[in-house]
Design a protein. Structure first.
Length: 282
């Protein structure tokens, strides 16, 4: 029996990374949930049989549209440190299906200027965009319920922030940011005292009333003492909406337009994305 157990344990060690091993009584049963590794264009990923996790990529890429599916499976997770230190990366479209941006996933992507997040996104973990010093704007989707500590810490050029969901802005989330316009949904009810440590915010567009604003903890509101606050700003049209072609669907056609517009601007083009799309359709 000892030899059998030793053989079983050795076999369990040989099964690769991501394997789950279960032992049940004298008759040992091994259940494997091993992820297989794969490559798709510039991306490397884990296949977990029911979803795909992106965990690294070719860091020479400057613009990236992550696919919504690989091998017929939904891409749901951008893994820990997947794009960390990708200093050439300038523009990213994260597709529908993705629910989690893991810790440090875009940490120190110092050239990243724009990123489009999907409506399916639920969680953005610690340090996801830490020191993305070129990032100019961000829109947090309505379904996002968790925005962890330090997510945008050090994003010194972050000028426009739109928060459509999220109940709490945690400590150091926007530390060292210089925000011109901050759009806050009524879902935000807690702002931790250091959420905007060493930050400035010129204007706040709050979807709730002055009375609802008072419900937010007083210490968390101190950062806005010198800000201009606009109340009941529910009807503003998000300048960062990912549905850029206004067809009531967020899909690959929107991603292609965003990347095309970005290339147009980087080669000297001017005007808003709406004007660019109109010029392409004329």
């Amino acid at each position: 029996m000892k030899k059998i157990m030793a053989s079983v344990l050795a076999a369990a060690m040989i099964i690769g990374a991501g394997t789950a091993t279960a032992f049940t009584g004298a008759d040992t049963v091994i259940t494997a949930n091993a992820a297989t590794q794969g490559k798709y264009e510039s991306l490397t990923y884990y296949n977990y049989e029911d979803h795909i996790e992106i965990y690294s990529f070719d860091q020479s890429v400057t613009t990236l549209e992550i696919p919504a599916e690989i091998e017929g499976l939904p891409v749901t997770v951008i893994g820990d440190r997947a794009f960390e230190n990708a200093t050439s990366l300038e523009s990213v479209v994260v597709p529908e299906n993705v629910t989690t941006l893991s810790s440090n996933c875009f940490n120190k992507c110092t050239s990243l200027k724009s990123i489009s997040l999907p409506s399916t996104l639920k969680t953005i973990k610690n340090l996801a965009f830490y020191n993305c010093i070129s990032l100019e704007s961000i829109e947090i989707p309505k379904r996002t319920t968790t925005l962890e500590h330090n997510v945008f810490n050090g994003c010194a050029n972050l000028r426009t922030v739109i928060i459509n969901g999220v109940p709490e802005l945690r400590d150091w989330t926007f530390q060292k940011c210089k925000i011109d316009k901050l759009y806050l949904a009524k879902s935000v009810t807690v702002i931790d005292p250091d959420a905007f440590l060493d930050a400035t915010v010129k204007e706040v567009y709050y979807a709730g009333s002055p009375e609802q604003w008072e419900i937010i903890n007083a210490n968390g509101r101190k950062i806005f003492e010198n800000s201009t606050i606009h109340f009941e700003a529910e009807n503003y049209e998000s300048p960062l909406t990912p549905d850029v072609n206004r067809d009531s669907a967020i899909d690959a056609s929107d991603a292609s337009l965003i990347l095309a517009y970005y290339a147009y601007v980087m080669t000297g083009g001017t005007g808003t994305i709406e004007e660019y799309i109109a010029s392409q359709n004329s």
